[in-house]
Write a protein that binds this ligand. Structure first.
Ligand SMILES: Nc1ncnc2c1ncn2[C@@H]1O[C@H](COP(=O)(O)OP(=O)(O)OP(=O)(O)O)[C@@H](O)[C@H]1O
Ligand SMILES: [Mg+2]
Length: 271
Protein backbone atom coordinates (compact mmCIF):
# COMPACT_ATOMS: atom_id res chain seq x y z
CA UNK A 1 0.00 0.00 0.00
CA UNK A 2 1.59 3.26 -1.16
CA UNK A 3 1.76 6.23 1.18
CA UNK A 4 2.18 8.87 -1.47
CA UNK A 5 -0.62 11.26 -2.41
CA UNK A 6 -2.90 9.81 -5.06
CA UNK A 7 -5.44 12.59 -4.89
CA UNK A 8 -4.66 16.21 -4.10
CA UNK A 9 -6.98 19.19 -4.09
CA UNK A 10 -5.44 22.57 -3.54
CA UNK A 11 -7.46 25.73 -3.04
CA UNK A 12 -10.48 24.44 -4.96
CA UNK A 13 -13.42 26.83 -5.16
CA UNK A 14 -16.59 26.39 -7.15
CA UNK A 15 -19.87 28.25 -7.60
CA UNK A 16 -22.96 27.26 -9.58
CA UNK A 17 -23.93 30.08 -11.91
CA UNK A 18 -22.40 33.54 -11.77
CA UNK A 19 -23.17 37.09 -10.75
CA UNK A 20 -25.51 37.98 -7.88
CA UNK A 21 -27.45 34.72 -8.27
CA UNK A 22 -24.38 32.49 -8.00
CA UNK A 23 -24.45 29.68 -5.45
CA UNK A 24 -20.97 29.22 -4.00
CA UNK A 25 -20.58 25.51 -3.22
CA UNK A 26 -16.87 25.06 -2.39
CA UNK A 27 -14.52 27.53 -0.76
CA UNK A 28 -10.80 27.01 -0.92
CA UNK A 29 -10.88 23.25 -0.34
CA UNK A 30 -7.51 21.58 0.05
CA UNK A 31 -7.13 17.93 0.88
CA UNK A 32 -4.89 14.98 0.19
CA UNK A 33 -5.78 11.31 0.00
CA UNK A 34 -2.86 8.89 0.08
CA UNK A 35 -2.59 5.67 -1.89
CA UNK A 36 -4.68 2.91 -0.31
CA UNK A 37 -6.34 5.27 2.13
CA UNK A 38 -10.07 5.47 2.86
CA UNK A 39 -11.12 9.02 3.65
CA UNK A 40 -14.70 10.00 4.48
CA UNK A 41 -16.30 13.39 4.05
CA UNK A 42 -19.08 14.32 6.43
CA UNK A 43 -20.93 17.61 6.50
CA UNK A 44 -24.35 19.20 6.69
CA UNK A 45 -26.89 18.48 3.97
CA UNK A 46 -26.39 20.69 0.93
CA UNK A 47 -22.92 21.82 1.98
CA UNK A 48 -21.23 20.77 -1.25
CA UNK A 49 -20.13 17.13 -0.83
CA UNK A 50 -21.51 15.89 -4.14
CA UNK A 51 -20.11 18.98 -5.83
CA UNK A 52 -16.69 18.10 -4.43
CA UNK A 53 -16.91 14.57 -5.86
CA UNK A 54 -18.03 15.96 -9.22
CA UNK A 55 -14.99 18.22 -9.28
CA UNK A 56 -12.69 15.31 -8.44
CA UNK A 57 -14.25 13.10 -11.12
CA UNK A 58 -13.87 15.88 -13.69
CA UNK A 59 -17.60 16.32 -14.31
CA UNK A 60 -17.20 19.92 -13.11
CA UNK A 61 -14.19 22.21 -13.51
CA UNK A 62 -13.08 24.23 -10.48
CA UNK A 63 -13.32 28.04 -10.70
CA UNK A 64 -10.09 28.25 -8.75
CA UNK A 65 -7.55 25.76 -7.54
CA UNK A 66 -6.34 22.45 -8.81
CA UNK A 67 -7.07 18.72 -8.71
CA UNK A 68 -4.16 16.35 -9.08
CA UNK A 69 -4.46 12.61 -9.59
CA UNK A 70 -1.22 10.68 -9.20
CA UNK A 71 0.67 13.96 -9.36
CA UNK A 72 -0.84 15.06 -12.65
CA UNK A 73 -3.22 17.98 -12.98
CA UNK A 74 -6.57 16.57 -13.90
CA UNK A 75 -8.84 18.24 -16.44
CA UNK A 76 -11.99 16.67 -17.75
CA UNK A 77 -13.28 13.22 -16.93
CA UNK A 78 -10.45 11.14 -15.56
CA UNK A 79 -10.02 7.47 -16.45
CA UNK A 80 -8.27 6.74 -13.16
CA UNK A 81 -11.41 7.47 -11.16
CA UNK A 82 -14.41 5.23 -10.58
CA UNK A 83 -17.72 6.57 -9.28
CA UNK A 84 -20.34 4.85 -7.16
CA UNK A 85 -23.57 6.73 -6.49
CA UNK A 86 -26.36 6.55 -3.94
CA UNK A 87 -28.54 4.43 -6.22
CA UNK A 88 -26.73 1.57 -7.96
CA UNK A 89 -28.22 2.42 -11.41
CA UNK A 90 -28.20 -1.12 -12.75
CA UNK A 91 -29.93 -1.96 -16.02
CA UNK A 92 -32.83 -4.24 -15.03
CA UNK A 93 -32.91 -6.14 -18.34
CA UNK A 94 -29.26 -7.12 -18.12
CA UNK A 95 -27.85 -9.88 -15.96
CA UNK A 96 -25.52 -9.02 -13.10
CA UNK A 97 -22.51 -10.09 -15.16
CA UNK A 98 -23.49 -8.02 -18.20
CA UNK A 99 -24.17 -5.00 -15.96
CA UNK A 100 -20.64 -5.28 -14.63
CA UNK A 101 -19.30 -5.76 -18.18
CA UNK A 102 -20.99 -2.58 -19.44
CA UNK A 103 -18.09 -0.13 -18.99
CA UNK A 104 -15.76 -2.61 -20.68
CA UNK A 105 -18.15 -2.90 -23.62
CA UNK A 106 -18.08 0.88 -23.92
CA UNK A 107 -14.29 0.71 -23.93
CA UNK A 108 -14.55 -1.99 -26.63
CA UNK A 109 -12.66 -4.58 -24.62
CA UNK A 110 -12.98 -8.02 -26.23
CA UNK A 111 -15.85 -10.12 -24.87
CA UNK A 112 -13.80 -12.94 -23.33
CA UNK A 113 -11.48 -10.41 -21.69
CA UNK A 114 -14.43 -8.31 -20.43
CA UNK A 115 -16.11 -11.41 -19.07
CA UNK A 116 -13.01 -12.47 -17.17
CA UNK A 117 -12.48 -9.00 -15.70
CA UNK A 118 -16.14 -8.74 -14.68
CA UNK A 119 -16.08 -12.17 -13.03
CA UNK A 120 -12.97 -11.22 -11.10
CA UNK A 121 -14.61 -7.98 -9.94
CA UNK A 122 -17.71 -9.87 -8.82
CA UNK A 123 -15.55 -12.27 -6.82
CA UNK A 124 -13.80 -9.31 -5.16
CA UNK A 125 -17.09 -8.00 -3.81
CA UNK A 126 -18.22 -11.44 -2.64
CA UNK A 127 -20.68 -12.10 -5.47
CA UNK A 128 -19.05 -15.08 -7.12
CA UNK A 129 -21.65 -17.19 -8.89
CA UNK A 130 -24.40 -14.56 -9.10
CA UNK A 131 -23.50 -13.32 -12.61
CA UNK A 132 -26.49 -14.92 -14.32
CA UNK A 133 -29.06 -13.40 -11.98
CA UNK A 134 -30.98 -10.21 -12.69
CA UNK A 135 -30.79 -7.09 -10.48
CA UNK A 136 -34.41 -7.57 -9.33
CA UNK A 137 -33.42 -10.93 -7.85
CA UNK A 138 -30.81 -9.39 -5.56
CA UNK A 139 -31.04 -7.76 -2.14
CA UNK A 140 -30.28 -4.05 -1.79
CA UNK A 141 -26.86 -4.84 -0.34
CA UNK A 142 -26.03 -7.16 -3.23
CA UNK A 143 -27.02 -4.48 -5.75
CA UNK A 144 -24.61 -2.09 -4.04
CA UNK A 145 -21.90 -4.72 -4.42
CA UNK A 146 -22.67 -5.04 -8.13
CA UNK A 147 -22.24 -1.28 -8.51
CA UNK A 148 -18.87 -1.50 -6.74
CA UNK A 149 -17.81 -4.40 -8.98
CA UNK A 150 -18.78 -2.41 -12.06
CA UNK A 151 -16.66 0.53 -10.89
CA UNK A 152 -13.72 -1.82 -10.27
CA UNK A 153 -13.65 -3.21 -13.83
CA UNK A 154 -11.73 -0.26 -15.24
CA UNK A 155 -9.20 -0.65 -12.41
CA UNK A 156 -9.41 2.98 -11.25
CA UNK A 157 -6.80 4.31 -8.82
CA UNK A 158 -9.49 6.15 -6.88
CA UNK A 159 -13.05 5.18 -6.03
CA UNK A 160 -15.44 8.05 -5.34
CA UNK A 161 -18.48 6.97 -3.40
CA UNK A 162 -21.44 9.30 -2.81
CA UNK A 163 -23.55 7.92 0.04
CA UNK A 164 -23.67 4.51 -1.63
CA UNK A 165 -25.13 2.69 1.36
CA UNK A 166 -27.52 5.38 2.58
CA UNK A 167 -30.77 3.57 1.85
CA UNK A 168 -29.68 0.21 3.29
CA UNK A 169 -30.69 -1.33 6.61
CA UNK A 170 -28.14 -0.91 9.39
CA UNK A 171 -26.88 -4.50 9.28
CA UNK A 172 -26.24 -4.62 5.53
CA UNK A 173 -24.63 -1.25 5.79
CA UNK A 174 -22.17 -2.24 8.53
CA UNK A 175 -21.31 -5.36 6.54
CA UNK A 176 -20.53 -3.30 3.48
CA UNK A 177 -18.47 -0.85 5.53
CA UNK A 178 -16.23 -3.69 6.67
CA UNK A 179 -16.31 -5.12 3.17
CA UNK A 180 -14.76 -1.87 1.90
CA UNK A 181 -11.86 -2.29 4.32
CA UNK A 182 -11.34 -5.82 3.07
CA UNK A 183 -11.56 -4.68 -0.55
CA UNK A 184 -8.98 -2.00 0.13
CA UNK A 185 -6.63 -4.62 1.61
CA UNK A 186 -7.16 -6.84 -1.45
CA UNK A 187 -6.84 -4.16 -4.14
CA UNK A 188 -4.95 -1.23 -2.59
CA UNK A 189 -7.67 1.11 -3.88
CA UNK A 190 -7.86 4.67 -2.65
CA UNK A 191 -11.36 5.69 -1.57
CA UNK A 192 -13.04 9.04 -1.06
CA UNK A 193 -16.38 8.37 0.58
CA UNK A 194 -19.26 10.75 1.28
CA UNK A 195 -21.70 9.92 4.04
CA UNK A 196 -24.20 11.46 6.43
CA UNK A 197 -23.50 8.79 8.99
CA UNK A 198 -20.86 9.52 11.60
CA UNK A 199 -20.80 5.85 12.65
CA UNK A 200 -20.24 4.71 9.09
CA UNK A 201 -17.46 7.24 8.57
CA UNK A 202 -15.60 6.03 11.67
CA UNK A 203 -16.23 2.33 11.07
CA UNK A 204 -14.69 2.27 7.60
CA UNK A 205 -12.22 5.16 7.33
CA UNK A 206 -8.62 5.98 8.11
CA UNK A 207 -9.51 9.66 8.31
CA UNK A 208 -12.69 11.68 8.44
CA UNK A 209 -12.87 15.24 7.10
CA UNK A 210 -15.63 17.42 8.50
CA UNK A 211 -16.94 20.00 6.06
CA UNK A 212 -18.54 23.33 6.97
CA UNK A 213 -21.87 24.63 5.74
CA UNK A 214 -22.03 25.77 2.15
CA UNK A 215 -19.74 26.87 0.65
CA UNK A 216 -17.92 23.82 1.99
CA UNK A 217 -14.49 24.20 3.49
CA UNK A 218 -12.59 21.56 5.44
CA UNK A 219 -13.35 22.34 9.11
CA UNK A 220 -11.50 19.55 10.79
CA UNK A 221 -9.66 16.31 10.17
CA UNK A 222 -10.10 13.35 12.50
CA UNK A 223 -7.72 10.42 12.31
CA UNK A 224 -9.27 7.00 12.99
CA UNK A 225 -6.69 4.75 14.62
CA UNK A 226 -8.70 1.56 14.74
CA UNK A 227 -6.34 -0.48 12.57
CA UNK A 228 -6.70 -1.64 8.97
CA UNK A 229 -8.69 -4.76 9.82
CA UNK A 230 -11.81 -4.28 11.92
CA UNK A 231 -14.86 -6.22 12.91
CA UNK A 232 -18.25 -5.10 14.16
CA UNK A 233 -17.11 -5.23 17.79
CA UNK A 234 -14.85 -2.26 17.15
CA UNK A 235 -18.02 -0.19 17.59
CA UNK A 236 -18.11 -1.13 21.27
CA UNK A 237 -14.61 0.20 21.92
CA UNK A 238 -14.04 3.40 23.87
CA UNK A 239 -11.99 4.79 21.00
CA UNK A 240 -14.93 4.35 18.62
CA UNK A 241 -17.24 6.14 21.04
CA UNK A 242 -14.72 8.91 21.56
CA UNK A 243 -14.35 9.45 17.81
CA UNK A 244 -18.08 9.48 17.04
CA UNK A 245 -18.69 11.88 19.95
CA UNK A 246 -15.94 14.23 18.74
CA UNK A 247 -17.32 14.24 15.20
CA UNK A 248 -20.89 14.78 16.37
CA UNK A 249 -19.78 17.71 18.46
CA UNK A 250 -17.92 19.22 15.54
CA UNK A 251 -21.00 18.91 13.31
CA UNK A 252 -23.34 20.30 16.01
CA UNK A 253 -20.99 23.17 16.56
CA UNK A 254 -21.20 23.91 12.85
CA UNK A 255 -25.01 23.81 13.08
CA UNK A 256 -25.05 26.33 15.92
CA UNK A 257 -22.73 28.63 14.04
CA UNK A 258 -24.94 28.43 10.96
CA UNK A 259 -28.08 29.18 12.99
CA UNK A 260 -26.44 32.28 14.46
CA UNK A 261 -25.38 33.40 11.03
CA UNK A 262 -28.89 32.96 9.59
CA UNK A 263 -30.53 34.67 12.58
CA UNK A 264 -28.04 37.52 12.35
CA UNK A 265 -27.12 37.02 16.00
CA UNK A 266 -23.74 37.89 17.44
CA UNK A 267 -21.20 35.05 17.76
CA UNK A 268 -21.32 35.11 21.57
CA UNK A 269 -24.53 34.16 23.33
CA UNK A 270 -25.97 37.62 24.02
CA UNK A 271 -28.97 36.50 26.13
N1 LIG B 1 -26.73 22.09 -10.73
C1 LIG B 1 -26.84 22.97 -9.72
N2 LIG B 1 -27.18 24.25 -9.95
C2 LIG B 1 -27.29 25.15 -8.95
N3 LIG B 1 -27.04 24.85 -7.66
C3 LIG B 1 -26.71 23.60 -7.36
C4 LIG B 1 -26.57 22.59 -8.36
N4 LIG B 1 -26.22 21.42 -7.77
C5 LIG B 1 -26.13 21.72 -6.45
N5 LIG B 1 -26.41 23.00 -6.22
C6 LIG B 1 -26.36 23.67 -4.91
O1 LIG B 1 -25.05 23.59 -4.40
C7 LIG B 1 -25.06 23.28 -3.03
C8 LIG B 1 -24.25 22.04 -2.75
O2 LIG B 1 -24.88 20.93 -3.37
P1 LIG B 1 -24.35 19.46 -3.20
O3 LIG B 1 -25.26 18.57 -3.96
O4 LIG B 1 -22.91 19.41 -3.53
O5 LIG B 1 -24.53 19.24 -1.62
P2 LIG B 1 -24.38 17.92 -0.75
O6 LIG B 1 -23.49 18.25 0.38
O7 LIG B 1 -24.02 16.78 -1.62
O8 LIG B 1 -25.88 17.73 -0.20
P3 LIG B 1 -26.58 16.39 0.32
O9 LIG B 1 -25.96 16.11 1.64
O10 LIG B 1 -28.01 16.80 0.46
O11 LIG B 1 -26.36 15.34 -0.70
C9 LIG B 1 -26.52 23.14 -2.63
O12 LIG B 1 -26.92 24.33 -2.00
C10 LIG B 1 -27.25 22.95 -3.92
O13 LIG B 1 -28.53 23.52 -3.86
MG1 LIG C 1 -24.96 14.96 -2.10
Amino acid sequence: MGRSAVLELSGVSYAYGSGPLATPALRNVSLTVNGGEIVSLVGPSGCGKTTLLKIVSGLLQPDRGEVRVNGLTSRGVHAGIGCIFQTPRLLPWRTVLSNVMLPLEVERVSRPQARMTAERALALVGLKGTGQRYPAELSGGMRRRVAIARALTSDPAVLLMDEPFASLDAISREKLNLEMLRLREATGKTVLFVTHSIRESVLMSDRVLVLSHRPAAVRREVRVDLGPQRDLRVQDSTEFTRLTAALREELDYGEDEERRRLDGEPEEDGA
